[in-house]
Design a protein around this ligand. Structure first.
Ligand code: AMP
Length: 149
């Protein structure tokens, strides 16, 4: 009984649980680092997706990537922020998941990443799945299971 319920949870599709693209703070590849730092600081998120002008997913950028890129020998060279672009600093080697992914697949990835980007086959950005949402669903599942014990 219990393992059947766990299987059901792990096989649940993530579709109904993602944060859709229109609600996700993002920057574009050609934006300056100054703009990106402003968006990151104002939104309060540690990292956000980077899209191109057609809203295709390109990578991720974080505040620490930005400050690291303007770190001089003795000081942070803030004056460089305006001239550098997001595409020079973002990371691209990160996992991408499909909207058809199931909880089993994403829970494993969320061990290492606080959120995962959901990307269509043609590269368009669909939204994100966060560790917080996944843990909330797992917690609900565990509490439901307790009724059977
Ligand atoms: P949370 O699990 O809600 O704390 O979010 C974890 C991380 O996911 C945040 O630090 C951000 O990097 C990212 N994130 C969550 N929600 C959003 C959003 N609406 N827009 C952009 N990034 C987000």
């Amino acid at each position: 009984m219990i393992s059947l319920h766990s299987k059901q949870f792990l096989e649940t599709n993530i579709k109904g649980f993602i944060i859709p693209s229109e609600k996700v703070a993002h920057v574009q590849i050609g934006n300056s680092l100054e703009h990106a730092l402003l968006v990151l600081t104002k939104s309060g998120y540690s990292a956000i997706p980077v899209l191109d002008t057609k809203y295709k997913f390109n990578g991720l950028i974080s505040s620490s990537m930005i400050t690291d890129s303007i770190l001089g020998l003795e000081r942070i060279e803030f004056e460089l922020l305006e001239g550098k672009k997001v595409e020079e600093v973002m990371v691209t080697n990160i996992p991408r998941i499909s909207i058809d992914a199931k909880f089993e697949e994403i829970i494993e990835l969320l061990v290492d990443y606080p959120f995962l980007c959901v990307i269509k086959e043609d590269g368009y950005f669909e939204g994100i799945m966060t560790r917080r949402i996944a843990l909330k669903q797992l917690n609900r599942h565990i509490h439901r299971l307790n009724h059977f014990l």
